[in-house]
Design a protein around this ligand. Structure first.
Ligand code: C2E
Ligand code: CA
Ligand code: CA
Length: 278
């Protein structure tokens, strides 16, 4: 609350539980930030495990307060989920990412996928598919270059008939990725049912994989099964060369992580694109 609250809230601070107060202040500030266009996207490249070339980017939401202070996504995104703010924000993310992808495409960067995170709350909307379709039309985004990243809990949720919506999205030509695979409850069998074509191995599995034998066998088994199902495998959170070498050796198709690139603002992404084109 330090950076977000003002002195006028002082009295309430003493009455409300500190956490509750912080949440309330942050929710208020986030709502305002969204209305005042203070949210932005960073982009993190995904590279081919084979040759390190950029094959896609993931759009990641960022928030800087008026004073320029970045707010940790691990704090404000869960809050946006709980309050439902993630629904309008997520729609803005999708529109902005598609628009950006089209601009990059026009400047000659062809065939690079744009991956966008979709909250379970968005998927629960009755008209989610129509909304996505409208954004595709509005931005002239090519569906096959759009990758929607969903979580296991969203996909297997009974609310809102997620499975049939995923099938409709697939029918539009959009690609689907299962984010953070391994941390939830879904199985590889589920992935087939949902029409998921890409599996992102959870960062928690990648961490220490080179040093931990049992973890390494789990990841190896996941990769083997996924590739036998014809799924594209992305490893995220790759920070060390040893992790990269291991992941490449077990058949991971793509790597996303600090070892190659950190998430960056669009200007830096453009710089990178120019350099890799020349
Ligand atoms: P995620 O979808 O699993 O995104 C990957 C996260 O891992 C990002 O964190 C990214 O910055 C971080 N990361 C990438 N490479 C490395 C690495 O090598 N090491 C480490 N330690 N971290 C790495 P970020 O941007 O803080 O986002 C956190 C989470 O917030 C995301 O996890 C996603 O669940 C959520 N999120 C971000 N943007 C959006 C959005 O637009 N909509 C929704 N619904 N959720 C979002
Ligand atoms: Ca993601
Ligand atoms: Ca992830």
């Amino acid at each position: 609350a330090k950076s977000l609250g003002g002195g006028r809230h002082h009295l309430y601070t003493q009455q409300l539980n500190g956490d509750l107060f912080k949440r309330w202040t942050m929710e208020h500030a986030l709502r305002k930030a969204f209305e005042q266009n203070e949210l932005m996207l960073f982009y993190q490249p995904q590279v081919s495990a084979e040759n390190g070339s950029i094959v896609g980017v993931e759009a990641l939401l960022r928030w800087r307060t008026g004073s320029g202070q970045p707010v940790n996504p691990a704090e404000f995104i869960p809050l946006a989920e709980e309050t439902g703010l993630i629904v309008p924000i997520g729609e803005w993310v999708l529109r902005t990412a598609c628009r950006q992808a089209q601009l990059w495409r026009k400047s000659g960067w062809l065939d690079v996928e744009m991956a966008v995170n979709v909250s379970p709350k968005q998927l629960e909307q009755d008209d989610f598919v129509e909304r996505v379709q409208a954004i595709l039309a509005e931005t002239a985004m090519q569906p096959h270059l759009l990758m929607l990243e969903i979580t296991e809990s969203a996909a297997i949720s009974e609310t809102g008939d997620a499975a049939s919506k995923l099938a409709e999205l697939k029918a539009l030509g959009i690609r689907l990725a299962m984010d953070d695979f391994g941390t939830g409850y879904s199985s590889l069998g589920h992935l087939r049912t949902f029409g998921v074509d890409t599996l992102k191995i959870a960062q928690s599995f990648i961490r220490d994989v080179a040093a931990n034998n049992s973890l390494a066998s789990i990841v190896r088994a996941i990769a083997a099964m996924a590739s036998s199902l014809g799924l594209t495998i992305v490893a995220e959170g790759v920070e060390e060369e040893s992790e990269y070498v291991f992941l490449r050796s077990i058949g991971c198709d793509r790597i996303q992580g600090y070892y190659f690139y950190k998430p960056m603002p669009k200007q830096d992404m453009e710089q990178l694109l120019m350099e890799s084109a020349s």
